[in-house]
Design a protein around this ligand. Structure first.
Ligand code: G3P
Length: 215
C-alpha cells in the first residue's frame, strides 16, 4: 500500500519524508492556499523533496482549458500527476490527458459509478473521499470496497487512492479493502506509529538492560 501525505506544508513533508516510507503527496487548491504559496512554485518544491507522485490540481473547469492547464502542470516535474475534478468536463479532460500519457488523479469521487467513469477515461488514480461521506452519515469505506471490487471485476488498472482520511482506522480499513493508496494529513500519519504498549515495553527492556549492566 502506498502512503501519501495530504498537505502542501514543507515542514510536514520534510519530516514525514525523513522516515523513508513516503510514496508521494497529494495537494489541492485549498491546501496550497492555506500555505500562502504560489501554486506552481510549491509543486516544484515538493517534487524536489519527495521521490514519488505529486498530485497538482487544475483550477480550470472547462475541458479544453483543463487540458492546457494539465499539460502545464505536468511539465513542472516528471513526478506530477494532474488532479482533475470528477465533472463532465473533468472526465473529458482525463481522457485527453491520459491519451497524451499524462497521468491523472480524478478527485472528488463520491460514488462507484463516478469511479467507473474515471477508469473508462483512463485515470491513473481515483480519489474517493471517505471522511466527507462519513460526515454526512454515509459509509465512506463501503465506497472504497465497492470500487476495488468493480475495478477487479473488469481489470481496470486505475489505482484506488483513499482520500479525505481522518484517522488511523481509515488507514487500516482501506488496507483491508485493498485500496492501493491512502493519503493522510500529517497528524494522522504520525499517529500510525504510536501504541502505549510499545512505549512501556521499550522502557522496560531498557531498564532491565541498564540494571543488568550495573555490576
Ligand atoms: O485528499 C482530499 C482531502 O484533502 C480532503 O480531505 O479532510 O478536507 O475532507 P478533507
Amino acid at each position: 500500500m502506498k502512503f501519501f501525505l495530504d498537505t502542501a506544508n514543507i515542514e510536514q513533508i520534510t519530516k514525514a519524508n525523513a522516515y523513508g516510507i513516503l510514496d508521494g503527496i497529494t495537494t489541492n487548491p485549498s491546501l496550497i492556499a492555506k500555505e500562502g504559496a504560489d501554486h506552481a512554485q510549491r509543486i516544484l518544491e515538493i517534487c524536489q523533496i519527495v521521490d514519488g507522485d505529486v498530485s497538482a490540481e487544475v483550477v480550470e473547469t472547462e475541458a479544453e482549458a483543463m487540458l492546457t492547464e494539465g499539460r502545464k502542470l505536468a511539465k513542472i516535474h516528471d513526478n506530477v500527476v494532474v488532479k482533475v475534478p470528477l465533472t463532465r468536463d473533468g472526465i473529458k479532460a482525463t481522457k485527453m490527458l491520459s491519451s497524451e500519457r499524462i497521468r491523472v488523479n480524478v478527485t472528488l469521487c463520491f460514488t462507484a459509478n463516478q469511479a467507473l467513469l474515471a477508469a473508462k477515461a483512463g485515470a491513473y488514480y481515483i480519489s474517493p473521499f471517505v471522511g466527507r461521506l462519513d460526515d454526512i452519515s454515509a459509509e465512506g469505506m463501503e465506497l472504497i470496497r465497492d470500487i476495488v471490487t468493480i475495478y477487479d471485476n473488469y481489470g481496470y488498472p486505475t489505482q484506488v487512492l483513499t482520500a479525505s482520511a481522518r484517522g488511523p482506522l481509515h488507514v487500516r480499513d482501506a488496507a483491508l479493502c485493498g485500496a492501493h493508496v491512502v493519503t493522510l494529513p500529517y497528524p494522522v500519519f504520525e499517529k500510525l506509529f504510536d501504541h502505549p504498549l510499545t512505549d512501556s515495553g521499550l522502557a522496560q527492556f531498557l531498564a532491565d538492560y541498564r540494571k543488568s549492566q550495573e555490576g
